[in-house]
Ligand binder design. Sequence first.
Ligand code: FAD
Ligand code: NAP
Length: 527
Amino acid sequence: MLDVVIVGAGFGGLYALHRVRGLGLRAKVLEASDGVGGTWHWNRYPGARCDVESLEYSYSFSNELEQEWHWTERYAAQPEILAYANHVADRFDLRRDIIFETRVSAAHFDDERICWTLTSEGDEVYEARFCVMALGCLSLPTTPDFRGLSEFEGAWYHTGWWPHGEVDLSNLDVGVIGTGSSGVQAIPVIAEQAGTLTVFQRTANFSVPLRNGPMDESLEAAWKANNSVLREQAKKTSSGILNMDSDLVAAELETDAQLDQIESRWLQGGLSMWNTFADMLTDETSNQLVADYVREQIRATVTDPRVAEALCPSSHPIGSKRLCADTRYYETYNRNSVVLVDVRHEPIERITTKGIRTSSHEYPLDVIVFATGFDAMTGPLTNLDIRGLGGISLGDHWEAGPRTYLGLTVAGFPNLFSIAGAGSPSVLCNMILAIEQHVDWIADCLAYMREHAHTTINASASAEQQWVTHSNEVADATLYTKAASWYMGANIPGKARVFMPYVGGAATYRRTCDEVAEQGYRGFVLS
Ligand code: FAD
Ligand code: NAP
């Protein structure tokens, strides 16, 4: 029997393996794909890149790793991030404990033997005292159930399952469905390659310029000289990202000062606009100022006023759906070869053998790209048959939305940990820092249990309830709950509508987790 079984070899699973090995525990990682890197292994669509700066979107746990790695761009593209994940796997000799091409289908807790039994789709069985689910929040792509897809004679791809070989789109008629972060990144690059591009947009989303460019060598040198201090500073922010937090309250500023602040964030680029004002996601007037500015930029960029208007988001506060960051996204609609179809006015009726038919047109296509997102946060877990004490099913426990204690554990599922999932800051911040914080907390917990001769840890039902109540209260005080977003489970028909990530801020959350541990794992039953 293993001490620890970890599922998933993305950044979460890789670091978890490294940490638990450091405790002298016997561990294996089970990974569905044939490589490491998770998100960056699967999402190979044209234009895929991070929108947290490369120097920050990287591990902080090893100074040597930070010093030796060189990022070529301010925001790294997918191949470079994947190369980094592979470098980490080799540098820390992780591969020998990763079992690839093993998709876990069930995980059951054995009350008597106090162990988890994991079964793969290929019927292999693994047993371990502890189980760490590092499945990722955005690892289960969803393809809408359009009538006729199986009859389509062209090729179709999902951005989250992009083929590993080259996909040559040159001179082809391509359709992209979806204008979230993946679509917004892919559309400008596909437009350059394809003969024609038709974009099927359901909800116009806010996108801001990424302002990517080659890595500034002096910036990189300064980072490397001061990385430990900068990493500590980042840990004290609400997003885990430097230069993001703002303490300016819009209503306390004169109009000129408001505009200066908005413009400076626009020029800074990337996700910084998400926090233009401290109250931007709690106060509608503050939010409106930023939203109006971005809409003005869209109108100033897109030459056809009707297309510009269709691209202007109007259904949700800015930032309440994940803010997109792009490279020449709006400019793309000025190309003669690019057409925008607003599927709210012209709904997709079906996919035909030759393309996509809406209520008023048939669009002939050689290729359809689904940039339609993921069953986020809970999907990768509820997709498995996970059973805790007395055989209770996680799917049942979460029927009305995810219930966790600290986003790390679930009452009734002893010795099971989840990395950076629902109930934790997770997707609202720099996920690599969020992952490191979770893995460190779990590793410290395992060390504590060994030291105190405990064999099980189980969140109490009351601690879980308090965390759920607190998380909902914090979310309800924001504008996040005003959008039909994947954060709310709204993109999946029938999924419970609950704001899933913890919005109280990464630094506050980190302090809470530390306090829980310092107080002998308050809220947990250890035995
Ligand atoms: P993942 O990387 O998703 O890894 C999970 C692994 O688990 C995968 O390898 C998967 O194959 C495996 N797995 C899942 N289910 C099973 C199963 N049943 N059995 C076996 N194996 C399984 N975050 C940021 O902070 N900044 C960014 O700029 C950013 N950009 C992103 C861009 C894209 C296109 C996407 C989709 C996400 C982005 N994210 C970003 C979020 C990103 O998911 C995280 O930053 C991070 O990579 C997640 O790492 P992880 O290890 O938690 O999960
Ligand atoms: P997403 O944000 O969920 O976007 C999916 C898009 O598909 C939305 O525009 C959605 O429209 C549309 N859609 C879904 N079903 C549809 C249907 N039946 N008909 C028409 N349109 C439909 O997914 P994503 O773009 O893959 O991004 C997911 C998350 O991954 C991001 O929010 C982000 O956290 C991460 N990510 C980050 C980056 C980055 O820049 N670093 C890049 C990619 C992804 P509606 O809005 O109307 O639902």
